[in-house]
Design a protein around this ligand. Structure first.
Ligand code: NAP
Length: 306
């Protein structure tokens, strides 16, 4: 099947790119490897996307995806396996079919980073989780820990306390949070406990999480905390497999290098959203998606007035 533009990914950057592309007279298709929404769907509460004072990630992404569906074709659960460029045409192979396009926007986003400690993978789904919105419900009246010191960790800790976890302890490896002050204040208001300068070194339990072993980063003293759940929230890493296979230039952290028009080093290939690093906010992902979509007009022989 032929399209003018293939958009790879299903988060805010992809939806925004799809909407802007169609409105600029381009025929796009969006390929999502899963049900769509990207990592934003795991955010319990978003308070900095203009127009929505407070909205859950799931609700915001549902609104964006249904908006995009009004304009363009979205293929869910259709993972892209391979993209080859031959004579200015892109040949796209997914798990379901083969397509061609004259331009590609990569919006593959990022995935959760793992601690890679003993017990983490063994107890995933048995008390170890990467998503409080998805799994927090099972820990009402229980003792849990959140690992990390960024915005996401603080948001998860606040959420867990608000849904009724008996005790929520935020464990951070330094003595200063990376998160915005507003989240720190909110966590304190919600009586989240803080443990600083501690590295998690082992999660223990037979069938379910029973305890976590921590090591002090200054004294090296170890301590064990009994708890029922461990929420790991230590950031993300780029999903750059397709970019790597296409030999797209990445920075030292693995994010795609782009210019101000979202161009990559390969003509006809653009990138938008978390995969380009930077601020990694929903609002910036949407903006990059729009810029990328309009930039493709330069290889699609479309007139665009800017
Ligand atoms: P992040 O800002 O990268 O923070 C990751 C946290 O995990 C850091 O505190 C880091 O510690 C810690 N960490 C990393 N690797 C670790 C390890 N191996 N062991 C222990 N701790 C480790 O990630 P994020 O909170 O997921 O946020 C990702 C991006 O989304 C950020 O740009 C963030 O601003 C944005 N975001 C924004 C909002 C918002 O409402 N504005 C909400 C969520 C996310 P160090 O501090 O010591 O490096």
């Amino acid at each position: 099947m032929q399209f003018e533009l293939a958009i790879i990914g299903g988060g805010p950057a992809a939806y925004s790119a799809g909407i802007y592309a169609v409105r600029a007279g381009i025929k796009p298709i969006i390929f999502e490897k899963d049900g769509g929404g990207g990592l934003a769907i795991f955010s319990p509460n978003i308070e900095n996307y203009p127009g929505f004072e407070s909205i859950s990630g799931i609700d915001l992404m549902e609104k964006m995806s249904s908006h995009a569906k009004k304009y363009c074709e979205i293929r869910t659960f259709e993972k892209v396996k391979k993209i080859q460029k031959i004579n200015n045409m892109f040949y796209i192979e997914t798990i379901k079919g083969k397509y061609t396009s004259k331009a590609v926007i990569i919006c593959t986003g990022s995935e959760y980073r793992k601690l890679e400690i003993k017990g983490e993978s063994e107890l995933q789904g048995k008390g170890v989780s990467y998503c409080a919105t998805c799994d927090g419900f099972f820990f009402k009246d229980e003792k849990v820990a959140v690992i990390g010191g960024g915005n996401s960790a603080l948001i998860e800790a606040i959420y867990l306390k608000q849904i009724g976890c008996k005790e929520v302890t935020l464990i951070h490896r330094r003595d200063q949070l990376r998160a915005e002050k507003a989240y720190e204040d909110e966590a304190k208001k919600n009586k989240v406990n803080f443990l600083f300068n501690k590295n998690a070194i082992e999660i223990n339990g037979s069938d379910q999480v029973e305890s976590i072993l921590l090591r002090d980063t200054i004294t090296s003293k170890e301590m064990k905390i009994k708890l029922n759940g461990v929420f790991i929230s230590i950031g993300e890493k780029p999903q750059n497999q397709i970019a790597k296979e296409m030999k797209i230039k990445l920075n030292e952290k693995g994010y795609i290098i782009i210019d101000k028009n979202q161009r990559t080093n390969i003509k006809g290939v653009y990138a938008a959203g978390d995969i380009t690093g930077g601020l990694r906010q929903i609002v910036t992902a949407c903006a990059e998606g729009a810029i990328a979509a309009l930039s493709t007009t330069e290889v699609l022989d479309k007139k665009y007035p800017y």
